[in-house]
Design a protein around this ligand. Structure first.
Ligand code: PRP
Length: 213
């Protein structure tokens, strides 16, 4: 039986494939997958399941997959209960509080904050002793202060380009984010040898990558 790995589709997937290849894992199926969602490696050691980040945590929690590759933003927001094995040091970005140029961080009254990450936002404002109204948004969070839906947003930024092109400014920096390898707790007991072998191989690749930077 191959180890089942839920891999976050999109940016994470693209940045993780070179690491998997450097660790000796056949990614030819992943690179030519078209619309396929389940992809086996040629040696049948692994099976990749492509999913959205929040669903990776759902699959991990239910035991539908043995391993997940997902951003730490999603793990924090969904209160990860499984075993985080490795920081893959890709998909690096940063949580920020951002808004338009006229935003006043110290404005009186209860601020309205738009975000894809209500828990992280709530914890951040709690740490400041501020009670805010949080509006959950599914995508293009940057629109919220531009159309008058929210006073500010809490979102992740990678290059800063989306903020810049929409005339938004950073008012505070929150946690850093990166992609993590996570194991379902039961799978880790049952397949400890194979899972730790994979984690060790990936760790070597990550260390080599950092050394050459
Ligand atoms: C994320 C984030 C920002 C954007 C930032 O969105 O929510 O919108 O990336 O990246 P940048 O700093 O490099 O411009 P994503 O692309 O994941 O899509 P979404 O807005 O549809 O969720």
């Amino acid at each position: 039986m191959p180890l089942k790995i839920a891999l976050t589709k999109g940016r994470v997937e693209k940045q993780v494939i070179p690491l998997l290849e450097a660790a000796g894992i056949d990614c030819s199926g992943l690179k030519q997958k078209n619309r396929k969602l389940i992809i086996n490696t040629s040696d049948d050691r692994f099976q990749f399941i492509l999913a959205k980040g929040p669903d990776v945590t759902t699959y991990l929690n239910s035991g539908a997959v043995d391993l997940g590759i997902v951003g730490s933003d999603i793990l924090t927001e969904h209160r990860n209960q499984q075993s985080e094995l490795l920081d893959l040091r890709v998909g690096q970005c940063q949580f920020v509080l951002a808004s338009t140029s006229d935003f006043n961080f110290n404005q009186p009254g209860r601020k309205v904050i738009g975000t894809k990450y209500p828990l992280i936002t709530q914890l951040y404002f709690e740490s400041l002793g501020q009670d805010v109204e949080i509006i959950k948004i599914e995508g293009s969070v940057e629109l919220a202060p531009l159309i008058g839906l929210a006073d500010a947003i809490v979102d992740i930024t990678e290059t800063g380009r989306t903020l810049r092109e929409n005339n938004l400014y950073v008012y505070d920096y929150l946690d850093q984010v990166s992609t993590r390898l996570v194991a379902n707790r039961m799978s880790l007991k049952q397949h400890a040898g194979e899972i730790f072998e994979l984690a060790d191989q990936l760790e070597q690749v990550v260390e080599q990558g950092s050394a050459s930077k």
